[in-house]
Write a protein of this length. Structure first.
Lengths: 286, 209
């Protein structure tokens, strides 16, 4: 038994990769439909959008993720856009990351089409602007001066839904969807400086460092990784805003099984490690 | 005629498999996909930067709107390239000084407020907290965690006696923090794999809907 654990601790890592692959693929082919329960910080984001009056002030979604973090952030974008468009809440899309421009545009166009929302009336995409913190601060002064033209080159002064939007005062919620430290930048520059209400949608890697800001209420809500996206999909599905659960929910079975496999390997690896430390090595004196 | 969508899906699927092949061992397929990714990403970023930043922020105001004030930031930006001319390399200090000075000025106030003052405020006990036992327990845990962690990084006195007890508590909180961060990191990486597998099974193989 002891030898088995020691051998397992030294197993070729490619067998582990193979097991992980099986753990990911099987739940897609044979769904287990584990229940989803929304955490309070995901529900906060949902509740805020629920209270925003339709066809009024727009929410601002900042797309700040590239293809590498797309599996986590893109389902969040879809879910929040579905919620907003279903309730006729207007949306301003921007991006502070050059490689997110195409992804942001695709998300807006696809979900707007699903709910028959019109560009310029229900949503706009202002595109990419370099400068990150400078852009966040500049929106606080004047949105249209920060983005004189939209992503397609049309002057923002000619876009009807932006007529009454000058700065964060007219934006009831700012939602950065990001896989980087810009999540906290929004709190600092839009939140602390201009009192904007910020709710982050972030990759799981940086979620842990954002929890202290929820405790101090600087962050109005948080969607953390694929789980956060699936929770939001669950909320809008339960509320009847969409007929099918989204991409993140379909991936949760695989995520749960994969976590169990990883936990099992961590336990086995540790047992093997401690047993191999106790076992006498070759050449040791009795 | 094969639809273009199908062609692109096949290209994306084969490139995904080429990247995954590294898990077995390094090979030319992986190398090809890796280099292609780096090249395409750099070119895409360059094009987006040119059309979304350089053109609207410099070319249009300067040459179409004839707003000649934009010559100043334009020249300041050009000085970043001075480092390629050894004799004029020192000129890069001007745009760097401008950038650092500007960002420091803009960051210090809001940064202090959001990252320090409001967080400190959140860790303090308020008379209203005593009305809700659950909230009080949470806040006490936060307070003990902050004091223990800060004392752990206090190096002006040897960690002995009561200080050792406090710093040991700090270590436990730090470890829990690391554990949470690691757990989330595992979840993030697993999510990326799930995203790719979902693409392969849905868009490429059509095994699931």
């Amino acid at each position: 038994m002891k030898d088995l654990f020691i051998k397992l601790a030294k197993i070729d890592r490619r067998y582990i990769f193979l097991l992980i692959a099986v753990a990911v693929i099987l739940p897609f082919l044979m769904p287990l439909n584990f229940p989803t329960r929304a955490t309070s910080h995901t529900k906060s984001v949902f509740d805020i959008i629920e209270t925003i009056p339709p066809e009024n002030n727009p929410i601002l979604i900042s797309f700040e993720y590239g293809p590498s973090t797309m599996p986590e952030c893109h389902p969040m974008a879809y879910a929040i856009l579905r919620h907003a468009f279903a309730r006729r809440v207007r949306v301003i899309g921007i991006t502070l990351s050059a490689d997110a421009a195409g992804l942001g545009e695709e998300a807006l166009q696809r979900i707007a089409k699903e709910y028959d929302r019109k560009y310029g009336r229900d949503y706009v995409f202002l595109g990419f602007k370099p400068g990150v913190t400078a852009v966040m601060l500049s929106i606080g002064e004047d949105l249209k001066r920060t983005f004189p033209r939209d992503f397609y080159g049309k002057p923002t002064s000619e876009i009807p839904m932006l007529d009454s939007v000058h700065n964060y005062t007219q934006i009831p919620l700012v939602v950065p969807l990001t896989g980087s430290a810009t999540a906290t930048f929004w709190l600092v520059y839009a939140g602390a400086r201009y009192h904007a209400r910020v709710a982050d949608g972030v990759t799981a890697v940086i979620a842990a460092e954002l929890y202290p800001y929820i405790q101090t209420k600087q962050l109005a809500g948080l969607l953390a990784g694929l789980k956060g996206a699936s929770e939001y999909e669950h909320l809008i599905y339960r509320a009847g805003y969409t007929k099918t659960k989204g991409q993140a929910s379909r991936g949760m079975d695989a995520l749960s099984i994969m976590h169990l496999v990883i936990i099992a390997f961590i336990i086995l690896g540790n047992i093997g490690f401690f047993l191999s430390r106790r076992a006498p090595r070759k050449g040791d004196q009795a | 005629m094969i639809p273009m969508d199908t062609v692109w899906t096949w290209i994306a699927a084969l490139l995904t498999l080429a990247i995954f092949s590294f898990l077995y061992k390094d090979n030319p397929f992986y190398k090809f996909a890796e280099h292609l990714f780096v090249g395409v990403s750099a070119a895409y970023t360059l094009v987006i930067l040119y059309y979304n930043s350089f053109v609207p922020n410099l070319i249009v105001p300067l040459f179409r709107e004839h707003n000649y004030w934009f010559i100043i930031p334009g020249l300041l930006g050009l000085l970043f390239f001075a480092r390629f001319i050894p004799k004029l390399g020192f000129l890069i200090l001007f745009p760097i000084a401008f950038t650092i000075g500007g960002y420091a000025g803009l960051s210090i106030g809001p940064g202090l407020q959001a990252r320090l003052l409001k967080q400190l405020q959140g860790s303090m006990l308020h008379p209203a907290d005593f009305a809700d036992p659950g909230l009080l327990i949470n806040k006490l845990i936060v307070l003990v965690g902050i004091l223990g962690t800060m004392l752990y990084f206090y190096f002006s006195k040897e960690h002995k006696g009561i200080l050792k007890v406090a710093t040991n508590i700090g270590i436990w909180f730090i470890m829990v923090g690391f554990g949470a961060a690691f757990g989330y990191t595992v979840m993030a990486r697993a999510s990326l794999l799930i995203g790719r597998v979902q693409f392969l099974l849905t868009d490429w193989l059509h095994l699931i809907r």
